[in-house]
Design a protein around this ligand. Structure first.
Ligand SMILES: [Zn+2]
Ligand SMILES: [Zn+2]
Length: 422
């Protein structure tokens, strides 16, 4: 890409395009072979532009961006004009190419590129030019569309330790440039309570977050602990976990997505060693008394805290994993406690004589009523008011089929609620 030109992407396939200049004119070309002509638009106008690996041209599952000291270009000689392809100074690598770059393995890179059959025609020369001029720092790419993979509850101690090490490590993290935020997050993770929200609690938290009243705030006493890491059994969009830690008059809050779906063998192992299981996707801050509505991550955190604070949800200790227990005992450390977050059970509501008419409900079916907030009185003589979370519930006869027009289709996919082990 030219130094000053805007980054362009193809409107058809969303791929970031290369800039090609020849005889003073500029055009944009796909980085790899494509079955359609490039339709260039500024990448900033596309919601999620995709980048192919700059080394093998085969995949969007990028892990690290490497930087060269100077811009790299290739010159195609022949025909009527000489074409100059500009590649700039930033090169993004997939999970298969990154280990070979780290090992300065030009032959290995060429093998990966050849296997993919979409590599640049001058791939080897290009790789050599990049490796010869490489700067030491690499940056973890956080915008990659990894398919979210729920984390098993028993892995949370290991996942947490690896995430804290990533945040303290030397790699730059795109989207989290501030070193002091990184170490605050890592310190918080060390002290974190570990919670695994089962599928029902995950879906409910999302429902509640979407129904956040404009004036909803959290109080100091709503936070179940000073610092926590919470993983979702049912991923929340792209994200699989969030963390909070007391920081700067409030809490620093971060969400994380899983990395590595679709990888296997040594590539996956390298990713686990170099990155781990989670990468940050968003970081925000929340203060007591400040409305949370303007930020989806704050809404989600508030939903969990308030649900637990008003006892509509509960967290119970899970039995430690025996293998994990042995590992920690060998190190002379206590096994970190993992807790299960679940919705307190509510029986399905039965139709009453009066509710059968005039409510517009069809009692041949049962209908899902989404979780919501309620403004309730509490305290001495009901002098205070606070928000309370109400769990979703089935309305209708227990054995009736689910209303096909039921709003929350996602519940069809929810696995059975996990029984706590004591
Ligand atoms: Zn395209
Ligand atoms: Zn690659």
């Amino acid at each position: 890409m030219g130094a000053n030109a805007p980054t362009m992407a193809c409107r058809t396939c969303l791929d970031i395009l290369n800039t090609v200049t020849a005889a003073g004119s500029t055009r944009y070309a796909h980085a790899a072979a494509a079955d359609h002509p490039a339709d260039p638009v500024p990448a900033s106008t596309i919601d999620r532009p995709r980048r192919l690996c700059d080394f093998c041209g085969t995949t969007h599952l990028l892990t690290f961006a490497y930087t060269t000291a100077g811009p790299v270009s290739t010159l195609k000689v022949g025909g009527a004009v000489n074409e100059l392809d500009h590649y700039g100074t930033i090169f993004r690598a997939c999970a298969a190419c990154a280990p070979r770059i780290d090992a300065r393995d030009v032959d290995g890179l060429a093998r990966v590129a050849r296997a993919g059959r979409r590599a640049h025609p001058a791939a080897e020369a290009l790789h050599r030019a990049i490796l010869d001029d490489l700067r030491p720092a690499r940056a973890l790419i956080c915008s990659t569309d990894w398919t979210p993979t729920p984390l098993p509850a028993r892995t949370l101690p290991k996942v947490r330790d690896r995430l804290a090490a990533l945040l303290r490590g030397a790699d730059l993290i795109a989207g989290l440039p501030d070193r002091s935020s990184r170490s605050a997050l890592a310190d918080g993770l060390d002290r974190s309570t570990l919670t695994w929200a089962n599928a029902q609690a995950s879906v409910w938290a999302r429902e509640l977050a979407q129904a956040t009243p404009a004036e909803l705030t959290v109080r100091w006493e709503d936070a179940p602990s000073d610092a926590g890491l919470l993983a979702w059994a049912e991923p929340n969009g792209h994200d699989t976990a969030l963390s909070w830690t007391v920081h700067d008059g409030g809490w620093q809050v971060a969400s994380y997505h899983t990395v590595g779906s679709g990888l296997a063998g040594p590539d996956l192992q390298h990713l686990r060693e170099q990155v781990g299981w989670l990468a940050p996707s968003a970081v925000t801050h929340i203060r007591p008394g400040q409305p949370v509505t303007d930020d989806p991550l704050r809404c989600l955190l508030a939903a969990v805290w308030i649900a637990v604070a008003c006892q509509a949800a509960e967290s119970v200790p899970l039995k430690p994993d025996p293998a994990l227990e042995r590992t920690y005992r060998r190190r002379g450390q206590a096994v970190p406690q993992v807790r299960l977050l679940r919705v307190r059970p509510r029986p399905a509501r039965q139709p009453t004589k009066s509710s059968g008419t005039g409510t517009g409900l069809d009692w041949k079916f049962k209908t899902w009523v989404s979780g919501r907030y309620r403004w309730v009185a509490h305290g001495e003589k009901h002098s205070e008011r606070r928000w309370q979370a109400v769990a979703g519930y089935w309305l209708g006869p227990e054995d009736a089929p689910i209303n096909p027009h039921s709003a929350v289709r996602v519940l069809d996919r929810v696995r059975p609620v996990d029984a706590p082990e004591r």
